[in-house]
Design a protein around this ligand. Structure first.
Ligand SMILES: NC(=O)c1ccc[n+]([C@@H]2O[C@H](COP(=O)([O-])OP(=O)(O)OC[C@H]3O[C@@H](n4cnc5c(N)ncnc54)[C@H](OP(=O)(O)O)[C@@H]3O)[C@@H](O)[C@H]2O)c1
Length: 259
C-alpha cells in the first residue's frame, strides 16, 4: 500500500479496466468512474479482495454537462486527494461525417475533450497546491493524422495530444507530470462501439496499460505503445497530411462494418 489515490475514467472496460488492475497491484487506492455501475462495483470488490486497496465507485455519464464537476464534488465530499488523474474514457464513431448523427459528434467532443479538460482543470489546482501530481491523458495514434471516415474522433485526439504537451510544459514547475498515451488499435470494446470490425494487429489492453503505467511513472511526455505504432507515428510525422488523409480513408473504409 502506498496510500496514494488514482482516479480513472472509463474504468469499466478495455484499457481503463486494465489500468485500474495495474494501479491496484502497485498498491494505489482507486476511484473508478464510468456509466456501468454494476461492473464498477464488481471490480471494486475484486480489487479490495485481491490487493487490499481502497476503492470508490462514481457512476457518471461524462457526455453530460456538469458531469466532471459532479465527479470532482463527490471526490471532495469523500475527503479524497487525487494524486494521479487518468483521463481514459473516450468514444468515437466511424462513418462519413455528414451521415453520423450530430448528437454522436457532440457526445464524442463532450467526453473526449470537454470532460477531460474540466477534470484536469478541477484536479490540477490541488496538485499545484501540494506541488505534486501526475496526469495521464489517453489520446491515440490517430492524434497524428487527419481522419477521414472517423473525422471527429481523430480531431479530438489531436486536441488531447496538443493540450497534454502544452500543460506538461506549464506544470513541470510545480512538480506535476503530464503524459499523453497514444495507443494504436487495441482489443477492447472501443472498435465494436465505434462501428469497426478490423482488429488486425490489435494490441492487448493489459500490455498497453503496463506500458502506460511505466511511461507515466517515468514522467514521459508521450507514450506510444508497440513498435508498429511507433513506426506509424514516425511515418505520420514525415508524410504530407493530404497523403496521410487518403491513406487513413482507405484503412478506415476497409475497417468499418459493411452490413
Ligand atoms: N481500442 C482502441 O483501439 C484505442 C486506440 C487508441 C485510443 N483508444 C482510447 O483508449 C481509451 C479507452 O478506450 P478502450 O479502447 O479501452 O475502449 P472501451 O473498452 O470501449 O472503454 C471505454 C470506457 O469509457 C467508458 N465510457 C464510454 N462512454 C462513457 C460515458 N458517456 N461516460 C463515462 N464513461 C464512458 C466506458 O464505460 P461505460 O460504458 O461503463 O460508461 C469504458 O469504461 C479511449 O479514450 C479511446 O479513445 C482506444
Amino acid at each position: 500500500m502506498n496510500n496514494k489515490t488514482v482516479l480513472i475514467t472509463g474504468a469499466s472496460s478495455g484499457i481503463g479496466y486494465e489500468l485500474a488492475k495495474v494501479f491496484a497491484e502497485k498498491g494505489y487506492n482507486i476511484v473508478l468512474v464510468a456509466r456501468r455501475e454494476n461492473i464498477l462495483n464488481e471490480m471494486a470488490e475484486k480489487i479490495l479482495k485481491c490487493y487490499g486497496v481502497k476503492t470508490k465507485v462514481i457512476q457518471k455519464d461524462l457526455t453530460k454537462i456538469n458531469a466532471a464537476k459532479e465527479v470532482f464534488n463527490e471526490v471532495k465530499k469523500s475527503n479524497i486527494n487525487i494524486d494521479i488523474l487518468v483521463n481514459n474514457a473516450g468514444i468515437g464513431s466511424c462513418g462519413f461525417f455528414h451521415e453520423i448523427e450530430l448528437k454522436k459528434h457532440i457526445d464524442t467532443i463532450n467526453i473526449n475533450i470537454t470532460a477531460l479538460t474540466e477534470l484536469t482543470r478541477l484536479f490540477v489546482k490541488d496538485m499545484i497546491e501540494r506541488k505534486q501530481g501526475k496526469i495521464l491523458n489517453v489520446a491515440s495514434t490517430g492524434a497524428y493524422q487527419p481522419g477521414p471516415i472517423i473525422a471527429v474522433y481523430y480531431a479530438t485526439k489531436a486536441y488531447v495530444l496538443s493540450f497534454s504537451e502544452a500543460i506538461c510544459n506549464e506544470l513541470k514547475h510545480y512538480n506535476i507530470t503530464v503524459t499523453a498515451l497514444c495507443p494504436g488499435t487495441t482489443s477492447t470494446e472501443f472498435s465494436k462501439n465505434a462501428g469497426k470490425c478490423d482488429l488486425k494487429n490489435a494490441m492487448n489492453p493489459r500490455k498497453v496499460a503496463e506500458i502506460a503505467y511505466d511511461g507515466l511513472m517515468k514522467g514521459k511526455k508521450v507514450v506510444v505503445p508497440g513498435i508498429l505504432n511507433k513506426f506509424l507515428v514516425f511515418l505520420s510525422k514525415i508524410t504530407p497530411r493530404s497523403i496521410l488523409a487518403n491513406i487513413v480513408k482507405k484503412i478506415q473504409s476497409n475497417a468499418i462494418f459493411k452490413s
